[in-house]
Design a protein around this ligand. Structure first.
Ligand code: ZN
Length: 240
């Protein structure tokens, strides 16, 4: 079975549609979402509708939590706060309830999915080092776990030691565990503006990262037309 693992869509419809078309062409039959469906970009409702219509198992991201609830944003950076407020204003109460009802961790087939970390799924910590990954592995019950949140695709492997770094593909071997960041569909931050996602082939036990060009200019125009901060359009083009 081929699974498309997508995360951090952030309301970027152009990137999401490009990724889904590519995944379908590559034989994906199932789709899983690592959270942050909304926030930052101009089509939160449209992206959420696609995730829901496709019945993707989806976990809660921090932006899903911020948008779905009425939490205070005074400690947020102003650009992020403005994006959260705008996104709240675009969604119905029913859509916001869907966001706040998302679970933090999902088991799908033989693997698990979490937005940020397994050791503190509600606290939105960042896994950027082997030490961060080690803490998460302590709570990981499946050989493979996918996550997002940093918008930087990294793969950590736990064998006798933990190793990790950028990757293009990973061969899943027995007696090892894997904590894989699938990158971001809608707002990559590793200096590469192309949309990122992963295909996990559970028969071949391979994990492959894809980067795709999409209609970036259209996504940027929509951000500006919506009155969202210009910086959100600029950063899409820079991939950070
Ligand atoms: Zn995110």
């Amino acid at each position: 079975m081929k699974y498309a693992i997508i995360s951090d869509i952030h309301g970027n419809l152009e990137a999401l549609e490009t990724v889904l078309t590519h995944a379908k062409e590559h034989g994906c039959e199932k789709y899983v979402c690592g959270g942050d469906v909304v926030g930052y970009n101009a089509n939160p409702s449209e992206c959420m509708a696609i995730v829901r219509e496709m019945n993707m198992p989806c976990v809660m991201g921090n932006h899903d939590e911020y948008v779905g609830n009425d939490i205070d944003l005074s400690s947020f950076n102003p650009v992020a706060a403005e994006a959260v407020l705008w996104t709240r204003s675009q969604l119905s109460e029913e859509e916001r309830k869907w966001l706040r009802d998302l679970r933090y961790i999902r088991l799908v087939d033989s693997f698990s999915v979490v937005h940020a970390t397994m050791d503190g799924p509600k606290y939105w910590g960042y896994v950027q080092s082997k030490m961060d990954a080690a803490a998460s592995f302590t709570y990981q019950t499946t050989p493979v776990c996918f996550h997002g949140h940093t918008h930087v695709p990294l793969a950590f492997t736990e064998d006798l030691d933990i190793s990790g770094g950028a990757y293009e593909s990973v061969k899943v071997e027995r007696n090892k565990r894997y904590f894989i960041n699938v990158g971001s569909v809608g707002q990559p931050r590793d200096g590469d503006p192309r949309a990122a996602y992963v295909i996990y082939d559970t028969d071949a036990q391979t994990i492959q990262l894809f980067r795709l060009n999409y209609d970036l200019e259209k996504a940027q125009e929509k951000i500006r037309a919506a009155g969202l901060p210009d910086r959100l359009a600029d950063r899409l083009g820079l991939g950070k």
